[in-house]
Design a protein around this ligand. Structure first.
Ligand code: PLP
Length: 361
């Protein structure tokens, strides 16, 4: 299997796995202890959680605190429901974890449209009276990098807080320095699934959304998993240490794949983009057939339509593609552990499978 779906999830880094194992052991080891227990075993576990918190915080701006959650989705829910805002401005290309949560929260919502390149204009007007603006750092479908710093300024000028979904950018590019809240997810940066975090700038108070034992500074009750925290922390530390190296590797992969797929059209900006995301289309391509012909290559249909929901992707629609163009799009996602040879192999086979459909460049 050639794995090219790094936006859906990344492989677990061996270093993250190694950091997790001591906190899963029992009955002889003490790693299974509850990190909220006051005895020695519990104190050892909570110490591991706090080391992990610092490692995750090191990926984020200074002057804030990290609250562990079960996922980035939960972190975004905590921010949106917890901040007390009653009116919102969000980009049309946000993940469902933002769009559906704002809808569930209720209240006025102003949609910030993006260009055909998949970018929210840096000077997008924010309506006066907006309580919370949410724009993601890197789009998960097309990889475009949003002008977050300028949008934060516009939000602050309008008196609003700014929430950044940095799930696809964290550990890969510099954090959104000026944002008020930042959501991230371990499994998109080579950590384990089942843990995310919300970074909250000092001075911002949120209302808890999960009630109970008062863990996580009273904001997110529930027993933490030291193993998941340790895995997240180790993955974050590794991502920070390897950021340039990982980006250089991704750049090599991108350049080669772009050459090999020269007959395909890129969806979204080529420059303002995380280059581990290659979202491409070919007119007339039947993506469902392509996926069934290439079952041993894990890639994604560029459109939710082809993956079964029946609706074209809201992101591809937002950049102006019609349903047919959205349906003929694929997303190829690669990263730290992708070998050049396997990407070359996959590109050649995608090209041949498209040609077998009679779809030529
Ligand atoms: N935001 C973005 C941009 C994502 O890509 C994802 C996951 O696909 C999420 C949020 C949700 O992350 P999690 O799986 O941690 O809930």
């Amino acid at each position: 299997m050639i794995y090219l779906d790094y936006q859906a999830t990344t492989p677990l880094a061996p270093e993250a796995r190694a950091a997790m194992l001591p906190w899963l052991e029992g009955p002889e080891g003490i790693g299974f202890a509850n990190p909220h227990s006051p005895h020695r075993a519990g104190r050892a576990a909570v110490a591991a959680v706090e080391v992990a918190r610092e490692q995750v915080a090191a990926l984020l701006p200074p002057g804030g605190r990290v609250v562990f959650t079960g996922s980035a989705t939960e972190a975004l829910n905590l921010a949106i429901f917890g901040c007390g805002a009653k009116s919102f401005a969000v980009s049309t290309i946000e993940h469902a974890a933002v769009l559906d949560t704002v809808e569930a929260r209720g209240g006025a919502c102003h949609m910030l449209a993006c260009t055909r390149d998949g970018l929210v204009p840096a000077d997008a007007p924010i309506p006066a009276g907006t309580g919370l603006v949410a724009v993601m750092q890197v789009n998960n479908e097309i990889g475009t990098i949003q002008p977050v710093d300028m949008l934060v300024q516009a939000a602050h000028d309008a008196g609003a807080l700014f929430l950044c979904d940095a799930v696809q950018g964290a550990g890969k590019i510099a954090p959104p320095e000026q944002a008020d809240m930042i959501a991230l997810s371990a499994h998109k940066l080579y950590g384990p699934k089942g843990i995310g975090a919300l970074w909250i700038r000092d001075g911002i108070e949120l209302a808890p959304q999960i009630h109970g034992g008062g863990q996580e500074q009273g904001l997110r009750s529930g027993t933490l998993s030291p193993a998941l925290c340790a895995g997240f922390g180790a993955a974050a530390a590794l991502a920070k240490a390897r950021m340039e190296q990982d980006a250089a590797h991704v750049e090599d992969l991108w350049n080669r794949a772009r050459d090999l797929m020269a007959g395909w059209t890129l969806n979204g900006s080529a420059d303002q983009r995380w280059h581990g995301n290659l979202n491409l289309r070919r007119e007339g391509l039947d993506v469902a057939r392509l996926m069934s012909d290439l079952r041993d290559i894990a890639f994604s249909a560029g459109s939710a339509c082809a993956s079964g929901s029946g609706r074209p992707s809201h992101v591809l629609t937002a950049i102006g593609l019609d349903a047919a163009a959205a349906k003929s799009s694929v997303r190829i996602g690669f990263g730290r552990y992708t070998k050049l040879s396997e990407l070359e192999d996959a590109c050649a086979r995608l090209e041949a499978a498209a040609a077998a459909q009679g779809v030529y460049s």
